[in-house]
Design a protein. Sequence first.
Length: 424
Amino acid sequence: MRSSFTLNYKKSQFKFRSAFAMVVCLLLSFFFQVNNVNAQFVPCSGCVANDDAVDSIVLVQLNPNYTPTNGQPQYIDLSPTCSGQSTITGYLKITFTQQATTRYGTKIAGNILVNGVYSNTFTYCDPANTSSGTFVKYIGNLPITYTCGTQLSLQDLFVGWGNSSGSNACSANTTCSLSPHCVQYPITPGGPPIVVVTPLSANFSYAGSCPSSQTAQTYSFDTTGTNGGTVPYPSNAFSWTIVNKTTSVQVGTLTGAKPTFNFSPYGTGVYTVTLTVTDDNPTAVSTISKDITVTSCCNLPTKVLSVTQPTCANANGTVTITTPTGADYMYSNNGGTYQSSTTFTVAAGAAYSITVKQVSSGCISTATAGTMAAQPVTPAAPVSGGDQTQCQQSPIQTLTATATGGTITWYTAASGGTLVANPT
């Protein structure tokens, strides 16, 4: 009997505990429902009531100091800014304004997007009654791993409520069975999702181009990569500075979300561009700097020179530019004043450095340098042994002329004459 009693007792105890556990699970499921679903949430029809309206959706974090008895809030705000690719575990805080009197339970469902791409689906239900005015729901069983700089948003957000004490929102068989006691966001089908307020993270992209008649690139900047804070941002949210990285001289300031800057007055090189984003709800300031390399926009034709070296008779040589030529080009030697003439006189043995400037763009070519040859040495006059008389009757005589100094060329006369190949 004792053994049988003990066995029956243990069986009863087991049944009681099992039943108790089931009741607890059912109660928890009833009082606080949050489910992650693989399939995307499909909007419900007829959800156009305005009893509850969403004021804001903010990503918050658990309070590490919270205990159920210390009076501290369970959730606290995140830092207003973040940087890099840091990750944050956060939870959705949804603030509502209720226009009607008592509503019985609140059910929320929707699709989570990261940078506009579907990530997850959630459903949530809290059976607590709500009254007219403002109230907040924390989706506490849906931790979200958020990466700094990404955009978090909710698409097809459903909010439903029970209209009487006997029809609590959490007792509905399906989410859409609450219709018409519900509202769907965006209000206009196919409209933009609701952007979740996350820590502000400044970012920008850039691209260089070469409009006509410019010597250096123009850069376009775009703040589309900035995320977090409350959008739309204030009209004066974006400010820029541009500093020459080599000289540390600030060359410009900009405002606006998509400004441009012409670097032609400042030349090529590396510049540091800094974007500062200032949000006012909540107040936050985020800054990011990037280095850009500005290159030349000049595209001059290849420069061709014709060089004439000094001669015995002329101690100077000439350098003539044969390409490019025309009214749109001017020329300089050794950094001197630009001239329209394509020819420069250069003394024997002197250095020259020729650059070409395009008048319409201001572009200046790289220099082509060289050194003029020395003037050739004039040979000494030939030495003659004097006239020789030769009788006609005598045998044929050989006359030989000699001269010294450099390469000698012989002619039959002092001016003009015929070239003599061998003066013998």
